[in-house]
Write a protein that binds this ligand. Structure first.
Ligand code: 13P
Length: 284
């Protein structure tokens, strides 16, 4: 199927109380693992790229892998740019075939975040590209965005309502206490804040920092309005561990395709498991 944007897939997910998994890919093998996992689970899926991954491979390589894999697939697939502060890169992705982008101006003062997010919505709309925007500060490291624990803060509900009213994002990422990377201790999720923001903004919410959250946390967040769950760190671990474990167990073989196959299998198994937890299996 041709790539689609996030609009229909997130509104169906919000209506039916499940979430679409958004998985950060690293290369062709991991992209293929995301698409084949979604196929096997018969689930819609979001292929997500960090800005660094886009810069590493270039837009045309990524678009060609994703279009080729989506073209022979029967499930709805979106190609989304994760946390991006650089308007030029956002524009390049929109021009190159991304169907969705995230502007992350959350480190800026509220008015500036609002203005930059509005600007991206204006750039994206004519190309039928959906937009995710963020408010508050999510702790941890994602791409080149580093937020220290002492600097993290939840999204303010009144600001969130005003932000969504003025920006009109297709997906909203308020900081609600989750973290990028590996959790140190049990995360404190501000469920009340999530519930209030989701109900009052009526915009599908993106749950960032999906790696390491327990099943019941996913269920509760989804029931309160999260329609997209981001998973990145889990794929980074599977990418390296799948590769290294195979080689360590077969260290005289030096057969790269076997190593890539082991890496692919480890990625795909973990992705299918997450899709099941998000309730999106069978929802394609
Ligand atoms: P994790 O790396 O914790 O899975 O978070 C991913 C994410 O939110 C990407 O935006």
């Amino acid at each position: 199927m041709p790539l689609e944007n996030m609009k229909a897939m997130l509104s169906k997910a919000a209506d039916e109380a499940y979430a679409v998994g958004a998985f950060n890919i690293l290369d062709y093998n991991s992209t293929k693992a995301v698409v084949l996992a979604a196929e096997q689970a018969n689930a819609p899926v979001i292929i997500q790229t960090s800005a660094k991954t886009v810069i590493f491979w270039g837009t045309s390589a990524i678009v060609s892998w994703v279009r080729q894999l989506a073209g022979s697939s029967s499930v709805p697939i979106a190609l989304h740019l994760d946390h991006c502060k650089d308007l030029e890169l956002i524009e390049e992705c929109i021009e190159s075939g991304w169907t969705s982008v995230m502007i992350d101006a959350s480190s800026k003062p509220f008015e500036e975040n609002l203005a930059l997010s509005q600007q991206v919505v204006q750039m994206a709309r004519p190309r039928d590209v959906t937009v995710e925007a963020e408010l508050g500060a999510i702790v941890g490291v994602e791409d080149d965005i580093h937020v220290k624990e002492q600097d993290a803060h939840l999204a303010d509900s009144q600001q969130a309502i005003e932000f969504c009213r003025q920006v009109g994002p297709d997906c909203f990422a308020p900081a609600i206490g989750t973290a990028h990377g590996v959790y140190k201790g049990v995360p404190k999720i501000a469920y009340d804040r999530l519930e209030e923001i989701a109900a009052k903004t009526d915009v599908p919410i993106a749950l960032h920092g999906g790696t390491g959250l327990a099943d019941d946390v996913f269920r509760k967040c989804i029931s309160l309005g999260c329609a997209k769950v981001n998973i990145s760190t889990q794929l980074k671990y599977a990418f390296i561990d799948g590769f290294v474990a195979y080689h360590n167990a077969n260290n005289t073989q030096y057969n790269p395709l076997k190593v890539l196959e082991a890496q692919f299998n480890q990625l795909k198994t973990g992705i299918i498991e997450k899709i099941k937890h998000f309730g999106s299996s069978g929802k394609a």
